[in-house]
Ligand binder design. Structure first.
Ligand SMILES: [Zn+2]
Length: 286
């Protein structure tokens, strides 16, 4: 069964016997709201999407897992950031609670509300109204987070454990928006468990070894450690595990035209095998 909040998210429930596994794709959304108000054309905004990542993990429900996908674009409001990761100087008035802007907000323009697109192009010629930022948080960000934590808690309640896989893709080369600057080629997969703090090391190792066994180059916590969605709800000692998986986009898409490439089906077949391994692992632990 698929539940959806139009323009916000879809939740696809398991069709096979339940296992306590949740896959979420927070950055594959491409429903651009009418009140976005960016000065850039859609083609410039779309390169920020983790395009088609939800489709790569489409086998999750038939293997007993929940699959969540955001429908709104990550450059409109980014669910993988803290809700207080905002620059007060980008707003046209006072914010009603303390803000904690991150380095990504202050120096790279890619905090909760993105201000620049790849490689480093301003998205707006104005400040944000407090009301529009509040709407982005209340109407898009909060329901997405509520769905993720709701699915994790439902699995944990039933099985006393939950494995959450936070699914992304990354530009094949770093850009001017990357902390280290442009031009570095990415590995094929980067796993992030925030230096071993968000998932049992055994689970991270299982995913790394499975992907390496398919022949992929895999790194762990380098250059991506995982961000808000793996941090917020994980607690490995209490049986709540969250792991971020980043896929190099050249493996499956043309990064300029935002179209699947000839590698898409082969990658999807391997992701399906990964999903099967993860779900079998979770089932063996319950
Ligand atoms: Zn992403």
């Amino acid at each position: 069964m698929v539940r959806s909040i139009p323009g916000v998210l879809t939740v696809t429930e398991p069709t096979g016997p339940n296992v306590p596994v949740i896959f979420d794709s927070p950055h594959s959304g491409a429903d651009y709201p009418d009140d976005f108000g960016s000065i850039l054309p859609l083609s410039a905004l779309r390169v920020t999407e983790d395009a088609f990542v939800d489709q790569l993990y489409a086998a999750a429900p038939e293997n007993g897992a929940v699959l969540l996908a955001a429908l709104f674009p990550r450059c409109f409001v980014d669910p993988n950031r803290s809700s207080v990761d905002l620059d007060p100087s980008s707003l046209d008035g006072p914010w009603p609670e303390p803000l904690v802007p991150s380095e990504k907000t202050l120096h790279l323009g890619s905090g909760l509300i993105w201000c620049t697109c790849y490689p480093d192009i301003p998205m707006y010629d104005r400040k944000f109204t407090v009301a529009e930022v509040r709407r982005r948080i209340d109407t898009f960000y909060k329901p997405y987070h509520a769905a993720v934590v709701g699915a994790i808690e439902a699995a944990h309640q039933q099985f006393s454990q939950a494995w959450h896989v936070n699914c992304h893709s990354m530009p094949s080369f770093s850009t001017a928006k990357s902390p280290e600057g442009p031009g570095n080629e990415r590995p094929e997969f980067v796993l992030g468990d925030r230096d071993g703090t968000t998932a049992d090391p055994e689970f991270t190792a299982l995913v790394r070894e499975t992907l390496a066994g398919f022949g992929y180059e895999v790194t762990v916590n380098d250059p991506y450690k995982g961000a808000e969605l793996v941090r917020a709800y994980s607690n490995p000692s209490a049986g709540r595990h969250s792991l971020q998986i980043e896929i190099k986009r050249a493996l499956y898409m043309n990064e300029t035209t935002i179209q699947p490439n000839a590698g898409f089906e082969a990658l999807r077949a391997n992701i399906t095998r990964l999903v099967e391994v993860i779900c079998a692992y979770a089932a063996s632990k319950t």
